[in-house]
Design a protein around this ligand. Sequence first.
Ligand code: URA
Length: 199
Amino acid sequence: MTNKKQVLLEQIKADIVENNICPDLAREATNLVMGDGNIDADIVLIGEAPGKNEDEQGLPFVGAAGKFLDTMLEGAGISRSDVYITNIVKYRPPNNRDPQPDEKEAFWPYLVRQLDAIRPKIVVTLGRHSMEYFLPGRKISEIHGQPKRIPFGESKIVVVPLYHPAAALYNGGMRATLVEDFNKLLKIIEILKNEKENT
Ligand code: URA
């Protein structure tokens, strides 16, 4: 199973390069940051786009926001090595500007393929850039921390929208909310597993 997933994920990476996705970003980037972690994970976390550190190391969430993310995962009883982490846009936008709509759109099909390959129990979106593709028109301030079951291709997927760790890093109120929401994740998975067993 894992081996098959690895092959699928490698193919997605090769296709991004082959199809010359976002050539302007690719030209400036050091690395294509596909994702990192356990490909058999129950939880996939999706951020916005790599920053400077991520671009240099080729890994998602390894800078200040990443350290904060690690702390919150640990506090929630989740090991970073148990989850899979990726971004909607997989090259660093210049000067860490927000990813643009056409960039998100260009990378979206590849994110869908990653999720199809990994098949997690829940998808956790970090910030509005990844949330808006799964839950268009919804406001993060109104639905953060709430699991939403949505159609996804032929099946359904459960999305839990959370604030972005970088936004919460220096905002005490948002920080407390984000920590609280992270602490709900294991419970949400447990409920989903029980639902499945009882159907
Ligand atoms: N912020 C993101 O959204 N993604 C990263 O990988 C790092 C910071």
